[in-house]
Design a protein around this ligand. Structure first.
Ligand code: PLP
Length: 396
């Protein structure tokens, strides 16, 4: 195996965790599309199950293609190891099953991806789990909810869809003072722009469906804990609940991640220009983008992120009625949920991704009816701006 230590991020996305196929020398990691692996004899089978010998057993427990992807992301996130999951939601449910006990309490960001919140409020609550979803950009709001049974602090930053930013370092210190495990959903930033483990988080996870894969052709998730102890605990939860990533999916994710640095750079460059264009437009009421000085946590974003990313949200002066005309009139940006792909996507969270969150909770979290979210893609900026301009021209 080649030495892949100390690679720059732009190199690591292409090489980390990947080694030429030992059988035929293929440069691209092969897809080990096999559900199970042969033991040479009974003693070897027993040794692998007992953990005395490395090697593969069964794809739900581990697979070479999936392992290459897991190693790649663990390298990018500076963690102990990676655990790839079927979807981002499978990553979250795996984590919650591993970390919460009956009657435990969890604190989360109020503006998280809707189903991430509803998973706790609808399902984990059935087993006695208690929760508080608060504005985690406000440390005092977190402090006020800490209880003796608080086990997990769960922050999404930047948050979906408001782009609100929480202070990862301060959250980690607060959580650790109280013996609480601190995890970060890093989907919006990707490992190119933010490494929560370096800022004190215990666990980072992603919806791979988004930037990491980047081609809007698979769903997936990945978890990277900081320590072996957490890794072993979460791996057990994943192997037992079975939400693992499939080998073909892992191969597509590996192929996608190779261009992650290039895609993040290009889409961010476009987003910075589009955010300024929108902020100056007479029909736009407000824009929330961490790269604009008007963003409430602009300075914090500069400290903990290597760039503001390519997601932004805004409201039109004409409210949702005007927003509806706008999103229906876009030619290039597709009216679709999801984000982080090569193509620009536009959507209305209150009636789409966050429709499952009751209106009162949604509004408290800043997910207002006029909020429109854009995931800026890698098309040419001129075409993106022209698309928005022709759509804005249709708004009264
Ligand atoms: C920030 C964030 N986390 C998690 C998820 C869930 O990921 P998946 O759709 O891959 O299950 C999403 C999906 O949109 C998301 O935006």
């Amino acid at each position: 195996m080649k030495d892949h230590s100390n690679l720059d991020t732009a190199t690591a996305v292409i090489h980390a965790g990947q080694h030429p196929d030992p059988t035929f020398g293929g440069v691209s990691m092969p897809i080990y599309q096999s559900s199970t692996f042969v033991f040479k004899d009974a003693a070897q089978g027993a040794a692998r199950f007992a953990g005395r010998e490395d090697g593969y057993i069964y794809t739900r427990i581990g697979n070479p293609t999936t392992k290459a992807f897991e190693d790649n992301i663990a390298y990018l996130e500076h963690g102990y190891g990676g655990l790839a999951t079927a979807t981002g939601m499978a990553a979250l449910s795996t984590l919650l099953m591993a970390l919460l006990d009956k009657d435990a309490h969890i604190i989360g960001t109020d503006a998280v991806y809707g189903p991430s919140r509803m998973l706790v409020e609808v399902f984990f609550a059935k087993f006695g789990v208690e929760y508080d979803y608060v504005d985690t950009s406000d440390l005092d709001a977190i402090k006020a909810c800490i209880r003796p049974n608080t086990r997990v602090l769960f922050v999404e930053t930047p948050a979906n869809p408001t782009m609100s930013i929480s202070d990862i370092r301060a959250c980690a210190e607060l959580a650790h003072e109280h013996g609480i495990t601190f995890m970060v959903d890093n989907t919006f930033a990707s490992p190119i722009l933010q490494n929560p483990l370096d800022l004190g988080a215990d666990i980072v996870y992603h919806s791979v469906t988004k930037f990491i894969n980047g081609h809007s052709d698979i769903c997936g998730g990945v978890i990277v804990p900081k320590t072996k102890e957490l890794f072993d605990q979460i791996k057990k939860s994943l192997v037992y609940n079975g939400g693992t990533m499939d080998p073909h999916q892992s191969w597509l994710a590996l192929r996608g991640v190779k261009s992650l640095a290039l895609r993040v750079d290009k889409s961010q460059e476009n987003a910075i220009k589009l955010a300024k264009y929108l902020e100056e437009h007479s029909k736009i009421a407000w824009v929330n983008y961490p790269g604009l000085p008007s963003h409430p946590q602009y300075e914090l974003a500069k400290q903990q992120m290597r760039g503001p990313g390519s997601l932004l949200c805004f409201g039109l002066k004409g409210g949702f009625a005007a927003g509806e005309i706008l999103i229906n009139s876009m030619n290039l940006a597709a009216l679709a949920v999801s984000l982080g792909g090569l193509e620009s996507l536009i959507q209305h969270p209150a009636s789409m991704t966050h429709a499952g969150v009751p209106r009162e909770k949604r509004e408290q979290a800043g997910i207002t009816d006029d909020l429109v979210r854009i995931s800026v893609g890698c098309e040419s900026y001129e075409d993106q701006r022209a698309d928005l301009e022709q759509a804005l021209n249709k708004v009264d």
